[in-house]
Design a protein around this ligand. Sequence first.
Ligand code: 0O2
Length: 212
Amino acid sequence: MEIQFWREILEPYQLGVNELLVKFNHIIDECKNSGRYSPIESVEGRVKKISSILDKVQRKKLDSSEIDEKIEDIAGIRIICQFVEDIYDIVKMIHNRNDMIVKLEKDYVNDIKESGYRSFHMIVYYNVETLNGPKVIQVEIQIRTMGMDFWATIEHSLQYKYKYNIPPQIRERLSAASAAIIKLDNEMSSVHQEIRESQSSFRKQANIVRDI
Ligand code: 0O2
């Protein structure tokens, strides 16, 4: 497949990722500026590499005309938050927005994957305006706590190191680490009200100092 083919496929996705990064970062700023607690700690985004798209095309035996419809994660947004409760606040927020339509959700927070992976996944439809007119793209949004992100990042690099064949003894340790992170997330949730209040009064204080 030629460069022009990939440019035409990927450009709308890059635009979508750029726009969504601005929008989710703006939520963080709006919360900060009004002294409110932000359920979003940070956000990152990427467009899937051509080699990874091709792997998926082969694995799912797709025709090149089916890429837009069948590969739902060409555009990926990852939202990191502090508490498990924040995940569900963000999910609600996304449902209430007019610029995204939720196609499907996978709750790997409650329905933990065999590997120990936890995260909330949403596939949303999002409209972008291109030179050729409007285009509706699919975007995968992964929402997870800092703890879940820590685990997934380490596990992902081990998958890479062991070429997707992690030895059983390391798998066991990863499962134990995942269980420890569940405990940590639960512990943090149990004191979250107190932490939220202290962070919000700290932020208000910082805003007052900044405004002087
Ligand atoms: P990358 O590089 O992150 O993009 P499909 O997406 O169709 O292949 P599936 O199983 O329906 O299949 O998708 P799923 O499991 O809902 O989500 C896939 C993405 O979630 C992965 O993307 C990872 O980002 C993440 N993920 C899922 N399971 C695991 C896991 O066990 N460990 C880690 N570290 N991440 C996981 P990609 O395409 O694999 O890679």
